[in-house]
Design a protein around this ligand. Structure first.
Ligand code: PLP
Length: 379
């Protein structure tokens, strides 16, 4: 059975060129980039080339790019680093209820250590209001962290507006842009952020490698300690092959903007077909402010978890926002935060598209989804 992969927000397949570059890197660039001899300097050059590629993708300068062990580590480094750098004895962080656990759990940990955290709610489309951020600022606020696009809904946030609201303050502004890497234009200067997280495996690069953009002049202490690598912010011998893979993926996305346009056309076609062919289907989140590949749909009288299993058996891979704890499916935390009823939240499935898909795959997926929804409803 030929399977159709519609779960690119969970992870993405490697670009073929990335696979080839990584294989060559594993063979040829084994040297430690910190070694001063030939082999070390060959690896160093490869890491610096990748740094330039990532910098170009987000309009940063290479000196502002720190390689990390993934999106989670980038988020943790930003949050813990911003608080430690502030020197404020009772720091306050403003974030949102719809952030990824990589962010929220770091904040929860800091809360136990005496920080106060304000988690702003979202409107029914999953959008954060800039006024809510501005109204939450206190004299102790050291950091605002608002994700660029939500992983369940794809909803984009008004980052530029929030940065403007913070412009007269010395509060650091971080964004988790993990779900935007490659497929959405990221210009750190235009956005006005101080810190930004990316992850290799969400942009057809490898797993276990990420980026923290740290704006020139912003000083944060290391989160991982024990060496001078990555400007002292992230100690540890660099994962050269993964970094080269992430650099190559950045270059491919930067030189092929039409890839994102194609994915958007397919996503819009997918959504139109689902809504036209399946009764009781409704799109969650904003359709106006949304990253190009994501479609979160609730189906009346259908359990999203059961639908995902049924689809998998039929060769379509998607994801349900609900988390299964001790056999009980909890409705998605994000959809609940938007004010969706528990039934609508439990009936939701996240379809996330990516490279290697064609219109015929989407048509076949819609036929399969229609059949699966019908089967579940008739039980
Ligand atoms: N932030 C967001 C929005 C994500 O979707 C994810 C992964 O799903 C992460 C952070 C964590 O990234 P990583 O898997 O690279 O640790």
């Amino acid at each position: 059975m030929e399977r159709i992969y519609l779960d690119h927000n969970a992870t993405t397949p490697l670009f073929q060129e990335v696979r080839e570059i990584m294989a060559l890197s594993l063979k040829n660039n084994f040297g430690n980039p910190s070694s001063t001899h030939y082999f070390g300097q060959k690896s160093r050059a490869a890491v610096e080339y990748a740094r330039e590629s990532v910098a170009k993708l987000i309009n940063a300068s290479p000196a502002e790019i720190i390689f990390t062990g993934g999106g989670t580590e980038s988020d943790n480094t930003a949050i813990f680093g911003a608080v430690a750098a502030s020197g404020v004895s009772e720091p306050h962080i403003i974030t949102t209820v719809i952030e990824h656990p990589a962010l929220l759990e770091a904040c929860n940990c800091l809360e136990k250590r005496g920080c106060s955290i304000t988690k702003i709610g979202a409107d029914k489309y999953g959008r954060i209001r800039t006024e809510d951020v501005a109204d939450s600022i206190t004299s102790n606020t050291v950091l605002v962290s608002v994700m660029m696009a939500n992983n369940e809904l794809g909803t984009l946030q008004p980052l530029k507006e929030i940065a403007e609201a913070l412009s007269e303050t010395d509060i650091l502004f971080h964004t988790d842009a993990v779900q935007c890497g490659g497929k959405h234009n990221i210009d750190v200067r235009e956005l006005g952020v101080d810190l930004l997280s990316l992850s290799g495996h969400k942009m057809n690069g490898p797993k276990g490698v990420g980026v923290l953009y740290v704006k020139r002049g912003v000083i944060i202490p290391p989160y991982v300690m024990g060496g001078h690598q990555e400007k002292g912010i992230r100690a540890g011998t660099e994962n050269v092959a993964a970094i080269e893979g992430l650099g190559a993926a950045s270059e491919i996305w930067r030189n092929n903007y039409e890839l994102a346009e194609k994915i958007k056309r397919l996503r819009d076609f997918f959504e139109k077909e689902v809504l036209e062919n399946i009764s009781g289907a409704v799109v969650n989140g904003s359709t106006e402010y949304r990253v190009c590949n994501t479609s979160n749909i609730s189906f009346d009288n259908v359990d999203g978890g059961a639908l995902v299993i049924n689809l998998d058996l039929k060769g379509v891979c998607a994801s349900s926002g609900s988390a299964c704890f001790s056999g009980l499916a909890e409705p998605s935390r994000v959809l609940t935060a938007l004010g969706c009823s528990p039934e609508r939240a439990k009936g939701s499935v996240r379809f996330s598209l990516g490279i290697n898909l064609e219109k015929k795959d989407i048509s076949r997926a819609v036929t399969v989804i229609s059949k699966a929804v019908h089967e579940i409803r008739s039980i």
